[in-house]
Each structure stands twice: as C-alpha cells, then as structure tokens.
Write a protein that binds this ligand. Structure first.
Ligand SMILES: Cc1cc2nc3c(=O)[nH]c(=O)nc-3n(C[C@H](O)[C@H](O)[C@H](O)COP(=O)(O)OP(=O)(O)OC[C@H]3O[C@@H](n4cnc5c(N)ncnc54)[C@H](O)[C@@H]3O)c2cc1C
Length: 394
C-alpha cells in the first residue's frame, strides 16, 4: 500500500473509533458548531470530539506541530477532510482564531506571537473577535479613528468599534488602531492583539429585529495593550489588515455553503412540489436547481485551486474578492430558491404552523443577506475585482 493510501486507511479507522455518533449528524444552526473559548459550555460529546481532535492537532490539520497543528501536508489534509466528509462528521472547532488570526500569524507573526497564541486556538481555549469596523469606518476601513498612543511598554487605546461579531463571547480581539494621524490614512494604522478582559474594554450587544444579538458595540477607554502584541510593524497594520481580509473573504465564501449530505434543494422540491414519474414536475425549478448546482460546483473547484495554492505557500491576493462575491451571491440565490420551493411554508417566523426546518429556512435566508455585507460589501468586492484583478481604470 502506498503511504497516502495507508494514511487514508489509518485516518478512516481512527475517525471511526473516535468520532462520537452524535457528531456525525448535520449541523442545523450556527450555534451547533463548536466555537471554543473560556466561556464555552459544551455538551459532553462536543467536548470529547474537540479534545480528541485537538490532541492530534487535527483542529488545525495543516498548522505546524510546534504550534499545536497536525503538521499534515496538503495531500494528507485533503484525505482527512474527505474521510470526515464520508463519515458526515462535524468540524471539531470553528472560529475566527482558526480561519483568520491563526493563518495571519502563521504568515506574518513573530515567533513569540505564534508560540503564545496559536496552540490555545487549536485547543479551542481562546475565542477571537474582529475589531475592524467603526461607526465612521466600514467600507472606508482606512478611515478608522480608534487611537493608540505609546506609553512605556504599552499602547493606550481609546475609541469605539462596531458590528463586532460575538465580542460578548470572545476572549481576545484582533483590532486596527490609528497610531499616526499625520500621514496618509493607510500609513498610520497598527494591527494589535488585545485581551478582552483588559480594564477599559466594555461590550454592549446590539439587539436585532430577530431578537438575537450576534453583534456588539465595543468601547475602548484607555485600554493598555503591550507593545509585544503588535502583528507586523507599528504603522504597518494596513498590509496585515488586507492579508487577514483575504483569509476572511475566502472563509466566508466557503463557510456558508450547504454541507448537508445529498442535494437539499432536491429534497425540498420533493417535499413541497408535485412530482411526475420520479422527476420534479416544474421544469423551471428543475432548471434553477441545475444551474445553481453547476455554479456551486464551479466555485468549489476554483476555491479548491486557490486553497491548494495557499497551502503551497502563496499568499491570498485580490482574487479572494471574487470568492467572497460569488460565494455570497450563490448562497443568496440558493436561499431565495429554497423559499420559492417551500412557498408560504418558507415565510414563517414563529408559531404552530411551521416546523423547525421551515423556521430555519426563513432565518437562513435572512442571514444570507448579512453575508453579502460582512468582510466588505458586494459593491466593494466588485470595485476591487474591477481595479485590482481586471486592471480597469477608476
Ligand atoms: C453579519 C455581519 C457581521 C459583521 N461582523 C463584523 C466583525 O466581526 N467585525 C467587524 O469589524 N465588522 C463586522 N461587520 C461590519 C462589516 O464589515 C461592515 O458592515 C461592512 O464593511 C460595511 O460597512 P458599513 O456597514 O459601514 O457600510 P457603508 O460603508 O456605510 O456602506 C453602505 C452602502 O454603501 C455602499 N458603498 C460604500 N462605499 C462604496 C463605494 N466606494 N462604491 C460602491 N458602493 C459603496 C456599500 O456597498 C453599502 O451598500 C459585520 C457586518 C455584518 C453584516
């Protein structure tokens, strides 16, 4: 048996022996996923699955072993994800640590920062949030005003962040601050790592019309952040910010795609629409499902190509805007189509007339709209593609 085939066989056997049965069921809502962190409350199987995978370094399979990863090369990592998919087993851990700040630290962090921050991310001990947006700095991110002034060994940070997803659950924040107000706006920004328990940090959840509050306002009042927590150079944060956005945009394109086994659109059509001789009777719906499946497959292949190139050491470039745009647009089209298929049963908010899966249809459709805003809006991605990928004039 060649080495990779042997690795596949061992991986399969190991997963069969260690994945709890309850972890081999589809994820229904985002809260089913394991986000880790000091404040996390885990059902027993979730914790067992996290611990056993972290022990092997397989929460972050391609990170080097000395930073708590699995040290797998890209062919082995692919086999691991294929075998996990075959078993239908959930990711043991998700979050901004694994998908955003971890990859950035691997790429740009000092040895000290890597050793301090990466292993706890892999073990699911520390949950991260992102402090980029401010009330006057969303699409124009470089216009941010949160200020950091050097005082001895620390920066002293003052300002406000907004739309900080899960700040109320996070242990650490990666954030952008203005360290030089007298230069071109992109040139005076620094990228910092901040402990959320530092004195002067306060977090206020924003209540949405849905009743949930996934975002927060974060206020920073003379918060001391050690200078050792700078990623990259002082005033060199804009390059870090863009590199991290590359990881974020690729992740957003990937994370919200449908991972349920089979074809959920067909399942839905079989449940809600008339069928004639084993086919969905409505030719327009058949056509829309096929078109969407083809578009999703094209995106998947392009994403895989880019992920392979990143694993081979290439940094993500402006093409990540294409993934973000196309991924979120495809997801919105899929959610629209699901509502069209379910008809009035896809319009429920609460009440006895709808089952849990129907209520999820409405919630997921609404969530998909936000998906086109976070990490930079669709309009901004189109601008980046026009200028930096296609080279079109301003
Ligand atoms: C679900 C979700 C989660 C988020 N999580 C986080 C988080 O964890 N951390 C964080 O820091 N931020 C987060 N955000 C904030 C997000 O990054 C910003 O909302 C986004 O960058 C847009 O900024 P804005 O809301 O200020 O809109 P604005 O920049 O005010 O834009 C308003 C509208 O104008 C358009 N527009 C603006 N400029 C241009 C232009 N030059 N050309 C064409 N159109 C333009 C935009 O596309 C948009 O439609 C999150 C947002 C959402 C929806």
């Amino acid at each position: 048996m060649d080495t990779l085939e042997q690795f596949r066989e061992e991986t399969r056997q190991w997963l069969l022996a260690h994945a709890p049965k309850s972890m081999c069921t589809p994820v229904r809502v985002v809260d089913d996923l394991c986000w880790g962190g000091r404040r996390a409350q885990y059902p027993a199987d979730v914790k067992r699955w996290l611990d056993v995978m972290a022990e092997r370094g397989w929460t972050a399979p391609t990170w080097p072993k000395q930073y708590g990863g699995g040290g797998l090369d890209k062919a082995e990592a692919k086999i691991l994800s294929q075998e996990m998919a075959k078993l239908g087993v959930r990711a043991p851990l998700v979050g901004f640590g694994l998908t955003m700040i971890g990859p950035l630290l691997l790429q740009e962090g000092s040895e000290d920062l890597k050793r301090v921050h990466l292993p706890p991310i892999g073990r699911g001990e520390i949950r991260w949030c992102q402090g980029y947006s401010e009330p006057g700095a969303g699409s124009d991110l470089a216009g941010l005003q949160a200020r950091a002034v050097i005082d001895g060994d620390d920066f002293v940070v003052t300002g406000q962040k907004i739309w900080t997803s899960y700040a109320d659950k996070a242990d650490w924040m990666f954030l952008l601050v203005r360290t030089d107000p007298n230069v071109r706006k992109q040139a005076g920004i620094t990228f910092l790592l901040m402990d959320m328990t530092s004195p002067g940090v306060s977090v206020r959840p924003i209540l949405l019309i849905s009743g949930s509050s996934p975002f927060c306002e974060t206020f920073l009042d003379n918060v001391r952040v050690p200078r050792s927590q700078v990623v990259g150079q002082v005033n060199g944060g804009w390059a870090m910010a863009k590199a991290l956005l590359g990881h974020e945009r690729t992740m957003i394109a990937d994370i919200f795609k449908d991972r349920a086994p089979g074809n959920p659109l067909l399942e839905l059509a079989r449940r809600y629409l008339p069928a004639s001789a084993a086919r969905i009777a409505d030719p327009i719906i058949r056509d829309r499902i096929t078109q969407l499946d083809m578009d999703a497959a094209c995106l998947d292949l392009t994403l895989k190509r880019s992920q392979d190139s990143m694993k081979a050491g290439h940094k993500p470039g402006p093409e990540t805007s294409m993934f973000k745009y196309y991924g979120t647009e495809t997801n919105m089209r899929r959610r629209e189509l699901m509502l069209a298929i379910a008809g009035p049963q896809g319009l429920g908010w609460e009440g006895a007339g709808f089952d849990e899966s129907e209520l999820a249809l409405t919630r997921d459709w609404l969530r998909s709209r936000g998906n086109s805003i976070e990490g930079g809006t669709s309009e901004i991605q189109l601008n980046i593609i026009a200028k930096r990928v296609l080279g079109l004039p301003d």
